[in-house]
Design a protein. Structure first.
Length: 223
């Protein structure tokens, strides 16, 4: 059996050993890194295991509540690519994390959930982030996730995001494409037509792309 990284080596050397293990398909060394005292090594161990297809659900469950935010962020990113439906409750909990980077990763992972299922708990939590988080990157990520899920309860916060900062508004107009006319209907169309006159040209372009050739805007209003 291949030994794990030597605990007396520097954290940089241990991290290097774990990264190499990911390429060499050395699961023993990579898995040993999950218990390393260095968060950089623990985060790299998650990536190494994912690279070789050996990342387990319990690895992510544990990492999502790691003491270090960087490890929690990495776990959130990986949960979005590796059977994220199994971690919905943990990802929803991560939306209350004190580090914006963790919240942003959790939003993105939740946006990868199966849109065909009634994810009302996730939608409610994402809606709170979209309308109330202090960090605009988190609001933007939450809006994108709501658009990807396309759940009826996510429409109102996406429409509200059209009054946010320009970057969030850009995301919101694209997110509106994820809402079916059966419940979005005229509210979505009216919001997109209004966005055609947004002071930000990228918002206007996004709205035009979603609407298609049916509507052409007049002059943009001054900011």
């Amino acid at each position: 059996m291949t030994p794990g990284p030597e605990p007396t080596a520097s954290s940089a050397a241990r991290r290097r050993a774990v990264v190499i293990a990911g390429h060499a398909r050395d699961e023993v060394t990579a898995r040993a890194g999950l218990d390393d005292p260095s968060p950089e090594v623990r985060g790299s161990a998650l990536t190494a295991l994912a690279r070789m297809g050996s990342l387990q659900a319990h690895d992510l469950t544990r990492a999502l509540v790691d003491a270090t935010g960087e490890v929690r962020r990495r776990a959130g990113e990986l949960a979005g690519r590796h059977g994220q439906g199994s971690f919905e409750d943990q990802l929803v909990a991560a939306l209350s994390d004190g580090l914006p980077s963790v919240v942003e990763a959790a939003c993105s992972a939740l946006g990868e959930l199966d849109a065909g299922e009634p994810r009302t708990g996730a939608v409610a939590a994402l809606s709170r982030v979209a309308t109330g988080h202090r960090d605009p990157l988190c609001r933007e990520a939450a809006v994108a996730a709501l658009g990807a899920l396309g759940h009826p309860q996510g429409l109102a916060p996406v429409l509200s995001a059209l009054a946010d900062k320009a970057a969030v508004r850009r995301r919101a107009v694209i997110a509106l494409a994820g809402f079916d006319d059966a419940f979005g209907g005229e509210d979505v169309q009216a919001a997109l037509r209004k966005a055609l006159r947004d002071p930000d040209w990228q918002v206007r372009q996004g709205a035009e792309d979603v609407l298609g050739p049916r509507t052409r805007p007049g002059p943009a209003q001054p900011a």
